[in-house]
Design a protein around this ligand. Structure first.
Ligand SMILES: Cc1cc2nc3c(=O)[nH]c(=O)nc-3n(C[C@H](O)[C@H](O)[C@H](O)COP(=O)(O)OP(=O)(O)OC[C@H]3O[C@@H](n4cnc5c(N)ncnc54)[C@H](O)[C@@H]3O)c2cc1C
Length: 565
């Protein structure tokens, strides 16, 4: 089956999930949440780029959903009676991807404000389930749609800033396209907007606004990801629970905390999903017999947390944690924000960050040949090339298997002499059986070379001293990680490797010595502050373990707050 045929089948099979008609009962339930309005032909209801836009339900008449692409309108849909307009952005609070207006001379619509809709999705399962399914499917269809533009990054092919924006939007599941400025399409956009190569990269928003050389914060703001946690006049924000880090552990905590009524705020420094978000296929996660991509798994979890009312802020790096007297005793300061987040309890789920390969020239090729994840995005650069995977753990094995499907050859560079010591046996069996994977034992990458992009590497055999030069387009660094705990105060005790100690391991900490209880299993050396997932000392570094720990930490939070029911 060709790619076009596969797409056609996908769109046909998913049509009824993405565009269901609402029945009388569902209409009646939504009616009480919104207000009816009459719309004339051409009257705009929602504009692309608008935040907190309402769900629009067509009672009578016909509307038009359209995208304005460089001054040319593309009609995306013509919804009629019992159809509803809306998508994932309504749950996450990000910007609308398209504009809606009246098409029939006169239409009657029901407008349901986004906040009321979010409440309904959590409280009214009869309405919530089909709507959430439809929103998710609409987003999946848009992400697959090569014609839909969404946000556009226009960049030269060798521009690392362009790739970084692409990566940021990709990991945050924002519909976007990276356009090569040297292609016919790219040149046409440059001409239309009078852009020169020196003025790239630029970000073109859904409403046509152009931002030259945007920072990640600019991109987040334009995509609607970065929301002020409070108003400018409000120097502090109070919550029951602050979760720092939105990998699987933080997301599981957010879903459980918010669904159980805790006022929950989640801070994430780059993109929800954490390390799991960079895994192409997680095969050992409960209930997915054929595996699931880390991105899909964690984006669903984020939607679920949104649905229960958890507030996310991305990118928002927690810079400091300090303590004060009173109910909201934990204070978090956030990068780029004047607001102090004050919380009754904190869950630290900041996971770990990849170790860097100690090879000459590496920094020059970050994102331009050196990668820390092996997903479809990186696969684009590896087609029919030789690529190198450094590492011998499960993530290295997964990367090698995944890339062996697109690359001509995969070379695994391993320090030790045995793959089975650090890799699950099912995976090491597959890796060794794969004909286009070569395993080089007792080796390390010592030098990286190229111009704008990586072209070749030098590999040293530590046993024989032999040095081999290999031409390659990409090196995947899969050599473990270190905990993201350097920003924490000394009150939060850590083990010799920097992972946060909890439970029995902190029972003798100063704060617990005269306490009238012992620390709960996920509680740190500071009462009311918890740690879950990879960042916790002694944790099992697996996705399902992180999800379990995040969920269980919520139980401990309820015990501390006395909200346990
Ligand atoms: C490529 C790869 C493949 C993998 N494959 C599998 C697999 O198949 N099966 C499996 O079980 N496990 C797998 N793992 C391991 C699994 O992904 C991790 O165990 C899991 O993601 C840990 O979750 P976590 O929430 O504890 O931390 P993380 O996933 O590390 O998430 C932590 C989050 O905290 C954020 N953060 C850090 N510091 C701050 C700060 N100061 N302020 C705000 N936010 C911050 C980070 O940006 C990150 O998003 C894989 C890992 C990788 C890298």
């Amino acid at each position: 089956m060709t790619a076009e045929e596969k797409d056609e089948l996908f769109y046909r099979d998913t049509e009824s999930i993405a565009f269901p008609k609402l029945d009388d009962h569902q209409l009646a339930q939504l009616e009480s949440l919104g207000a009816r309005q009459t719309i004339r032909a051409g009257e705009i209801i929602v504009k692309a780029g608008q935040r907190e836009f309402p769900m629009v339900l067509v009672i009578s008449g016909e509307l038009e959903v359209y995208e304005d692409r460089d001054g040319v309108e593309q009609i995306l849909a013509n919804p009629g009676p019992r159809d509803f307009l809306g998508e994932v952005s309504m749950l996450t609070g990000t910007s609308s991807l398209a504009s809606y207006r009246g098409k029939a001379e006169m239409s009657e619509v029901l407008l349901v404000p986004a906040a009321k809709l979010r409440w309904a999705l959590a409280e009214l399962p009869g309405v919530g389930e089909p709507l959430v399914q439809a929103f998710m499917m609409r987003r999946e269809r848009l992400l697959r749609d090569k014609e839909f533009a969404g946000l556009r990054i226009l960049a030269s092919p060798r521009c690392s800033a362009g790739h970084r924006i692409d990566d940021f939007l990709d990991k945050n599941h924002v519909v976007h396209r990276l356009i090569d400025a040297t292609t016919a399409e790219g040149l046409a956009i440059c001409e239309l907007h009078e852009l020169t190569p020196a003025g790239l990269p630029v970000l073109i928003a859904s409403d046509g606004t152009i931002t030259p050389d945007p920072t990640i914060l600019d991109v987040a703001r334009i995509a609607g990801l970065l929301r002020p946690l409070s108003t400018e006049q409000d120097p502090e924000l109070l919550c029951d629970l602050a979760i720092v880090g939105a990998g699987p552990a933080g997301l599981a905590a957010a879903v459980n905390g918010a669904s159980e009524g805790l006022e929950t705020v989640v801070l994430e420094s780059f993109a929800p999903g954490g390390q799991a978000g960079s895994s192409s296929l997680i095969e050992n996660f409960f209930s997915y017999p054929t595996g699931i991509s880390g991105g899909a798994l964690t984006s669903r979890a984020q939607l679920q947390a949104h649905r229960f009312g958890a507030k996310f802020s991305t990118p928002s790096r927690a810079l400091t944690l300090s303590f004060a007297e009173g109910e909201y005793g934990a204070e978090l300061r956030i990068e780029g924000s004047m607001t102090v987040l004050r919380s009754k309890c904190v869950i630290l789920s900041t996971g770990a960050q990849y170790n860097l390969i100690d090879a000459e020239g590496r920094e020059k090729f970050e994102s331009m040949g050196v990668y820390y994840a092996a997903t479809k995005m990186e696969a684009k650069f590896c087609k029919d090339n030789t690529i190198i995977v450094v590492g011998a753990g499960n993530s290295a094995g997964q990367a090698a298997m995944f890339m062996s499907e697109v690359a001509e050859k995969v070379i695994m560079v391993i320090r030790g002499g045995d793959l089975t010591k650090s890799m699950s046996s099912y995976l090491s069996n597959r890796v060794t059986a794969q004909s286009n994977i070569e395993i080089l034992y007792h080796t390390q990458v010592q030098k990286m070379m190229g111009d704008d992009r990586l072209k070749s590497v030098e590999i040293l055999n530590s046993k024989t001293g032999e040095v081999r030069t290999v031409e390659t387009a990409a090196v995947f660094s899969m050599i473990g990680a270190r905990p993201c705990t350097e920003w924490l105060p000394p009150e939060i005790l850590r083990d010799e490797k920097g992972f946060i100690k909890t439970g029995h391991a902190v029972a003798d900490a100063p704060a617990w010595r005269n306490a009238d209880r012992v620390p709960y299993p996920f509680e740190t050396s500071r009462p009311g502050v918890f740690a879950a997932g990879d960042v916790r000392s002694g944790s099992v570094k697996r996705c399902s373990a992180a999800v379990g720990e995040g969920s269980m930490a919520i139980e401990n939070v309820h015990q501390v707050l006395g909200t346990y029911s």
